[in-house]
Each structure stands twice: as C-alpha cells, then as structure tokens.
Design a protein. Structure first.
Length: 639
C-alpha cells in the first residue's frame, strides 16, 4: 500500500471530466474557444489515423495569443523576471516583449524569412530566446531550437534536416561561471552548409568571436527594425516548430508540432495542473532547448499572461542554495522542476532550503522521469512545508503537453508519491500487454493512448512513414509512447521507465542507437553497445561496451578518452558514458540480440543470479556462461 496525501487547492469541477468522458471531441472544441482565433474552425477533428488535424479551417497565431491579447490589460505586467547566472537581472513586461517580438519578426522578414520556412535557434537561456521563437511564430516560420549543450555535429545534422537558411545564436553563454562559445560551435556546424544565408549573433558574453559576411549582430538589426508587425493569420495545423529528439534509431527525429491544437492543449493543462492565477509567479527550471521549456516556459505561461522567472545558469551555481535564493527573491508561488534536480537538492541537505523563506509557494511540480517516493516526500515536506500539492506530470516531446498529472486547478484527488495519478480529461490512456489486451490492475504493461489529443505531433519532419512505424505500428490505431506502466486498484497510473532502448540521463532523452552508431564510427571500433544503469542523482547514467577491430592493440585508456571526446563532439557532453568497457565480443542471444541485462549487471556490479527477468529468452546456463566470458574479457582487455 502506498502512502496517500490528501492535499488540494479546494477546486472541484466534476463537470469537466464528465463532459470529456461523454465526448472528447466536443470537449476539446469547447476548450479551444479559450484562445483567440482570427476565424473559427469548421471541423473540430479530422482523424485519418494516424494523422490528426484539429480545428480544421480555423486560423490562429501563437504570437498573437501570447502577446497581442494581453496588451490592453497587462502591458505593464512582468512577463519575464530574468536572473543571469552572474547575478544580473532583467524585468521584461508584456508590453516590452510585444515590441521586441515585432521588431525581431521584422528583422527575420528583412532577411528573407517567409511563412513556412524554418529558423534554427541556438541561444542560451536569455529572454531573446523566447523573443526569437515568438517572432518566428508571428510570421509563420517554424523554429527549431537546439539545446545549447549540443555539439557542432548535432547542429549540422539538424540544420541540414530542417533546411534552415537563418540561424540565431549568441557570442557565448554562461554555464558554471565559464563561457560556452556558442558562435564558434555554429561556425563549425555550418562550415559546409552553403545554403545557410544568415547568422544573427546576440552579444551576451562579449567574448571574442569572428564575424563573416553571413553574420550580423542582433542589436544592429533590431535597432533599425520597425516595431509594428501584424501577426500572420495561419491555419490551425500550420507548423509551429520542429524539435529534434532521440529515439531508437541512429538519428534524432524532428518532432513537428502545429499551432491551434498544441496551444489548446497547453492553455488547458496550464490552467488545470498549475491552477494559474494572475497573481502567481511561475518558475519552470527546464531549459527552453527541451520540450518542457517550449511548452511550459514559452507558450503556456504567456498564453495565460503569467509572470515567470527565467534563470540562465546551473541550479547549484555558485552555491548549492542558488535555486532557493531565486525562489525567495522573486516570491515564486509555483515551482516546476525535475526529479534529477530534486535528488541533487536533497543530497545537499535540508539546512539549505530551510534557511530561505519559501512561504509563498503554493504548488509544486515535477517532470521528465519517474520520481522516487522518498524524493516526492522530501519535496512535499521540506520545500512545500506540507501545504503544496505536487503534480507529477507525464508527457513527451511528441505529446506536446502533459497527458498524465493530478490537476489541482480542477479537482482535489488524493496524491500517491511516485504515481502520475490520472490521465487529463479528454485523453484515453491505458496499460496493455504485448497483444494489446488490457492488463489486470497492478500488472506491468505498456502505456498506450487510444484517441488523438490536441497537442499531439503532426508527424516527424519529412518522414510520415517513420512517424507511422515508430508510434502507431505496435498497436492498431493506438499511440505507443515506449513507456512501461501499471494501473493500481484506483486506476492511478505508475510510470515504470522506458520499454525501448531510450535512456533518460538527468531527464535528457538519449537513444542507445545514436550512441552506438557514434562509437562504431571511430576507426578502431568494430562493435558497441550502450545501456543505462541506475544513478542516485541522475536517475540513469550511460555505460558502454566496445569491441575493437581485429589487429587493434591501442592502449585502452587512450581509446576510452578518444571515444568520450568523440561522443562529446558528435552528440554533446550529456551523452558521455560514465564508463566504457572493452570486451572481446558482445553478449548476444542466438538470434543476435544484445543481452543488455548482462551489460547492466556488469555496470551494477551484480551477480547474474540477481538479474531475474529473462527478456532475451536465453537459457539460464547459457546466460551464465556468456556472463562469465564477458567478465573475463573485461579483465583481459582493460590492461
Ligand atoms: C519520461 C519530457 C515518469 C518517459 C517531458 C517519457 C516520465 C519520456 C515523466 C519523454 C514522469 C516524462 N514520470 N517518466 N512524470 N515525464 N517521463 O520527450 O519515459 O524528453 O516517455 O519529454 O520521459 O521524454 P521527453
């Protein structure tokens, strides 16, 4: 029996769930009316599995809904309370954001960006990042934001795939007091991409950069731009952005989101889950380079005209108390972060948060990975002082917005630490077995979504076939997210981690296939396998196993460094393995499948007898033999 916490915010609107259960299409139709449309839709949902079009015939603009609509009542209200890592701060009102976005939209137009084009954005966490995104949205160009931790090779692949002719970057960004040379990374990334016409450079750190004929400074362009740029009236399914994310294949996939459905989903979930009020100060710690930042830093809070804190740097820099200092300084009322961050804060000890005034907090949230019940309880007690409900929000880059979460803005339900609780209204989620049949209560199975929802991806950029196979081929007409889950006796959903070869390291999604293809492109490596093992803070860390090519006898410690560097330059520092093992061969079943559980057992320092599941279907004695060989070969090869 799990512990139950009865805590809510006093809201209880049963009617909404009833309506949603009765007819999810007309339910979402009503929710969409909360947004401002230029022209109404003729059809709420056009569902040609697996492609969904929401609010067909309606025209809308994301920038209009996040800025223009607030100008009459909120132009002096703070939109962003920005805190630089070095202690600088900026306060941008909705009025100032409106001007900056229109000016920057005109800059983009002057550089030839048109409706339907793609623009790549590689910026640190500064207000110019949402400004650039909303400027793209204003003129109907799709932004593709790349997390500032990704390497030149990753950027090159994404710029080429999206065919972005304009790139927006900064001279540098601050991270742990050091300057990350973003412009240099872009120079390297696009050195062979002749189709890139313009690079706009924001000066953040004033470090030395080289400027070529393609490069222009943000300030110079924006100073001379007109501050009036009406928002384009766009079809509801007009592409708003592409966000690349890792999957089970070698290359990241471009998840394509539309406008009207996506915004409807965000508007609704922000209200139901966060109970947002005009007086709130919202703070989501996610980097905008990830989907959480797109949805719950940029679009959802601005749709509601909310005030939010945006922080540039590392959460524990220069001191472990940094986060709580920020919460106190800005009187944050709603705080949304990750289990990895919470595990780190918890390790620093209670004295640190206890020495700050966090009494303004009224609601806490987590996202991105399963949260351990102990950490949930720590969050509830030490940060929330037992008066703030916690929302554990499950969703994905592909889903656009949260799909499983308790919703204190809508209803009060008992909370169980570690469970995401219930699906949001209007979404049909269940847990099934391998054949698609419902599993009994308390039994592990696969999470599936049985009807389309407004925030769902339109497709994978340029690859409808892959979209069909990745998400819609395991079960007929059901979306398959790739997560294990179970439902308990109260129908609460418990997320049990990934069912595929996707890792979650500190909440960041990394595909093992991507890592493996990077490692085998090293001239000395014949074969490789990567997997995740549990980590106290990051949830999971990567370990890798490699087989050298015949005749290669290089020093493995040098090779290990080379491989780590290669991963850093090809993918990014977040994908660096904790340890690389050199082996004579990879443990495989007779059908050639890598026995990843053996790799995990090595990484966890377990005996094979401790590993109970036989998901690879091999006989126990055979597994033991392969395991012994593997251990022996690690010893032999790591001299
Ligand atoms: C995992 C992040 C447990 C899950 C918004 C999912 C979670 C993947 C939770 C998507 C949660 C996300 N509890 N697991 N509350 N939220 N996940 O695309 O495995 O970066 O499939 O989106 O994160 O990761 P993504």
């Amino acid at each position: 029996m799990s512990e139950i916490f009865h805590i809510g915010l006093g809201n209880n609107d049963d009617a909404l769930r009833k309506k949603a259960d009765a007819d999810f299409v007309s339910f979402w139709d009503e929710q969409a009316k909360n947004l401002s449309w230029f022209s109404p839709w003729e059809k709420t949902l056009d569902w040609r599995p697996p492609f969904a079009k929401w609010f067909v015939g309606g025209t809308i603009n994301a920038s209009y809904n996040t800025l223009d609509i607030h100008q009459a009542a909120k132009s002096d209200k703070s939109a962003i309370l920005w805190e630089g890592e070095n202690g600088e701060s900026r306060n941008l009102t909705y009025g100032q954001m409106f001007t900056q976005v229109q000016k920057f939209a005109n800059v983009l137009k002057s550089l030839g960006v048109k409706k339907g084009d793609r623009v790549t954005i590689y910026l640190p966490m500064v207000p110019e990042l949402p400004i650039a995104m909303l400027a793209c949205a204003r003129i109907g160009a799709a932004h593709t934001v790349i997390f500032s931790g990704f390497s030149a090779t990753s950027i090159k692949d994404r710029v080429a795939d999206s065919n972005s002719k304009v790139i927006i970057t900064a001279d540098g960004g601050y991270r742990r007091g050091k300057i990350v040379p973003l412009k240099d990374v872009i120079d390297e990334a696009i050195s062979e991409l002749d189709f890139v016409e313009h690079v706009i450079v924001l000066e953040r750190t004033k470090n030395k950069i080289s400027m070529s004929s393609k490069d222009q400074l943000w300030t110079e362009l924006i100073d001379s731009a007109s501050s009036s740029c009406p928002a384009e009236e766009l079809p509801s399914d007009h592409p708003l952005y592409i966000l690349y994310t890792s999957g089970t294949t070698g290359k990241p996939k471009g998840v394509l989101h539309g406008t009207g459905g996506y915004l409807t989903h965000l508007y609704s979930t922000f209200k139901w889950a966060f109970d947002i009020k005009d007086s709130d100060v919202f703070f989501c710690t996610a980097d905008i380079g990830w989907v959480t930042g797109h949805s719950y830093v940029v679009y959802a809070p601005f749709l509601h005209g909310a005030t939010q804190v945006m922080y540039e740097g590392a959460p524990d820099f220069p001191e472990p108390s940094r986060m709580w200092e920020i919460l106190q300084k800005y009187n944050v009322t709603i705080f949304y972060t990750t289990p990895t961050a919470l595990r780190m804060f918890m390790k620093f000890g209670d004295d640190i948060p206890n020495s700050f005034d966090l009494s303004q907090l009224r609601l806490l949230g987590t996202v991105g990975e399963p949260i351990n019940p102990e950490v949930w309880k720590w969050y509830f007690k030490t940060i929330g002082k037992e008066k703030c409900p916690i929302i554990d929000t499950w969703w994905q880059t592909e889903t656009g917005g949260m799909l499983i979460s308790s919703l204190p803005g809508l209803e009060t339900i008992p909370l169980k630490p570690g469970s995401g609780t219930l699906p949001i209204p209007g979404v049909n989620i269940t847990v099934v077995d391998e054949n698609g049949g419902d599993v009994p209560a308390n039994t592990k199975g696969y999470l599936v979504i049985k009807n389309p929802w407004p925030g769902m991806l339109l497709t994978l950029w340029g690859d409808d076939e892959k979209y069909k196979t990745v998400y819609w081929s395991k079960y007929e007409n059901c979306y398959y997210p790739g997560d294990y889950a179970l439902k308990d006796d109260d129908d609460y959903i418990w997320l049990l981690g990934r069912a595929d070869d996707v890792l979650k390291v500190a909440g960041h999604r990394i595909g093992t296939a991507e890592l493996e293809s990077c490692m085998v492109s090293h001239p000395s490596i014949a074969e490789s396998a990567a997997c995740g093992i549990p980590d106290e803070v990051k949830g999971e860390v990567i370990i890798a196993f490699v087989v050298l090519k015949q005749g290669i006898s290089n020093d493995t410690s040098i090779l290990e460094k080379e491989l780590s560097n290669k991963i850093r330059t090809d993918i990014g520092a977040i994908a660096t393995p904790k340890q690389i093992y050199f082996v004579s061969k990879l443990p495989k079943t007779r059908s050639g499948k890598i026995m990843r559980r053996l790799l995990k057992a090595i990484g966890n320092n377990e005996k094979i007898g401790d590993v109970s599941t036989l998901e690879d279907g091999a006989a126990v004695t055979e597994v033991q033999q392969v395991f012994d060989e593997l251990q022996k070969s690690i010893k032999e090869n790591s001299r």
